[in-house]
Design a protein around this ligand. Structure first.
Ligand code: F6P
Length: 357
């Protein structure tokens, strides 16, 4: 008999359900007797002992379902070791609930912040296995996270839709793409959607270079320009500011997001009409794409295998087209960003894409 706890934490994404189904199916197919405890709304469920006992039937029919059947929430790692508003020691509470239910292992699906807490629980002696979810694809130790491909499809669709209206009106259009502090989603969706300019956090932009590209296109007779801007994009000037100076600037920031700042600057410098589209959380919604269904199922199956093998303290990742086991201590606290001199950036430049640098 194995007792497995499971939780999904942080921002949701597509294929969380597919991954959990993969774990459970693998365990059930092994013939092992199992009790599954699904903690609700992320680490909160583990802290406050909110869980549901689940059976194989709960995981049936969820392969194609977006979101997470367990619910999720953000429980920042920064404050995880602080007592809650009633003085409860959250880390101790999580440990106690784990031991009270006599769990053999806890499967945690999450992104960067989630992995820091998962590693802390591992260090505290719990048997932890994690699965890499996030549309941002910024987890260290894996070439790919599930959710990324599905979100890329949606962001690409958004750019495709904008293309036709941009062409009709001869306007400059900005599509703002999610991705937090990295540009994986923007770079890939931008290339897939044929964006002319791509601005990502890893390559701070110079607005004059952006304007030069628009004017060069004008001169060539291209009536419109599509700019894919990562929500975390930053200008060269701002990138030089200290954390404190940037925080001060942001306190009086007059724009809803960086795309509007870029739009205002282009409008001022060129007199051209600029429109901004922000697909926002749509990028995390809906069914996982076929790639993510397969990918998350494969990672889930490997997680199930780890449990059966009694191997804990790993994230199941993906390296060089192989599913791999990555020690949690190697993953936690590291960000996987795009190297400004990465091959894909070089290739994008060969295609004529401007990064504003
Ligand atoms: O980490 C996933 C993500 O969607 C990021 O791309 C984005 O910056 C953030 O979450 C949005 O967070 P929230 O859902 O809390 O607004």
């Amino acid at each position: 008999m194995k007792r497995i706890g499971m939780l999904t934490s942080g921002g949701d994404c597509q294929a969380l359900n597919a991954a959990m189904r993969g774990v459970v199916k693998t365990l059930l197919n092994s013939g092992e007797e199992m009790e599954i405890y699904g903690f609700l709304d992320g680490y909160k469920g583990l802290i406050y002992g909110k869980f549901q006992m689940l059976t194989g039937r709960d995981f049936s029919g969820i392969l194609t379902k977006g979101g997470t059947i367990l619910g999720t929430s953000r429980t920042p790692f920064k404050t995880i070791q602080d007592p809650d508003e009633n003085g409860l020691n959250k880390v101790e509470a999580m440990k106690q609930n784990y031991y009270k239910l006599q769990l053999d292992c806890l499967v945690i699906l999450g992104g960067n912040g989630t992995h820091k807490t998962a590693n802390l629980l591992r260090k505290e002696g719990l048997n932890i296995i994690t699965l890499p979810k996030t549309i941002d694809n910024d987890l260290w130790g894996t070439d790919m996270t599930f959710g990324f491909q599905s979100a890329m499809d949606i962001a690409t669709d958004a750019i495709d839709y904008i293309h036709t209206t941009a062409a009709s009106h001869g306007r400059v259009f900005i599509v703002e793409v999610m991705g937090h502090k990295v540009g994986w989603l923007t770079l890939n969706a931008g290339m897939a959607g044929g964006a002319d300019i791509i601005l990502i956090p890893e390559i701070p932009y110079d607005i004059d270079k952006v304007v030069d590209k628009i004017e060069e296109r004008d001169k060539r007779g291209s009536r419109f320009t599509i700019i894919a801007v990562a929500e975390g994009a930053i200008s060269k000037t701002d990138a030089k500011l200290s954390k404190k100076e940037l925080k001060k600037k942001m306190e009086k920031y007059p724009f809803p997001s960086v795309s509007y700042e870029v739009a205002a600057a282009i409008q001022k410098k060129t007199g051209r009409e600029v429109r901004v589209t922000v697909p926002g959380h749509m990028q995390r919604g809906g069914s996982p794409c076929p790639y993510d269904r397969v990918f998350a199922s494969r990672l889930g199956a490997e997680a199930g295998k780890l449990i059966l093998d009694g191997q804990f303290g790993f994230m199941v990742g993906y390296k060089n087209r192989e599913v791999v086991r990555v020690p949690l201590e190697d993953v936690a606290g590291k960000l996987k960003a795009i190297a400004p001199d990465a091959t894909i950036v070089h290739e994008a430049k060969l295609l004529g894409i401007c990064f504003g640098n």
